[in-house]
Design a protein around this ligand. Sequence first.
Ligand code: SAM
Length: 215
Amino acid sequence: MLLRGIIENLDIEQASSSVFTIADLGCSTGPNTFIAVENIVEGVTQKYKTKSNSNLPEFQVYFNDHTSNDFNTLFANFPSNRGYFGAGVPGSFHGRLFPKSSLNFVHSASALQWLSRAPQELSDLNSCVCNRGRIHYANAPNEVGEAYSNQYAMDMESFLAARAEEIAPGGLMAMIIPGRPDGTLPSQFSLSHLFCLIEYSLIDMVNEVCHHLTP
Ligand SMILES: C[S@@+](CC[C@H](N)C(=O)[O-])C[C@H]1O[C@@H](n2cnc3c(N)ncnc32)[C@H](O)[C@@H]1O
């Protein structure tokens, strides 16, 4: 899909410069990020080869994740035969990370589902929205799902506002975001049973601690 999307949509007249910049947002430590970047470089290379009068640019790839990401492991895993220059960019993708109009391709896979924070409403312990006894909105009252959804909308807005500044004219963005089809219940999210299992384990652990603390 990445290859086809690039070949069909990349406007190399607008992108034309001696350097083509790619950013992978929420890259973790590999190896998926390297596979994605390889596909992007391949797609752009194929596109340039369709225009006989265009010189192939050099590729600069920025690997972004939270400052707590293990960038040393990421750098140690860099493929030795890569056809690009690589650099790490620490920080949250919910804010600005790059200079204006500096990116030709932004990629983010399985990262944008993470919220920047737990919804504020959850911190009111007297409200039904505090989601007591749960760690997720699956099987929770509708208000809890709405609180998560509102936080997600705010986060996506700040993500898109930052990228709107950073992407160069004619640039492209590809995002892979897990989700569920319209009209399905939160409990039908394919991973909700996993969150429930983690939830049960955490509750068991809390109960055990409480049991030991009770005289
Ligand atoms: C499930 S991993 C996906 C890693 C990789 N993209 C892949 O496809 O295998 C999600 C990554 O997103 C990162 N992440 C989550 N929120 C982020 C944020 N606001 N800014 C930067 N990275 C973030 C996490 O630290 C984690 O490394």
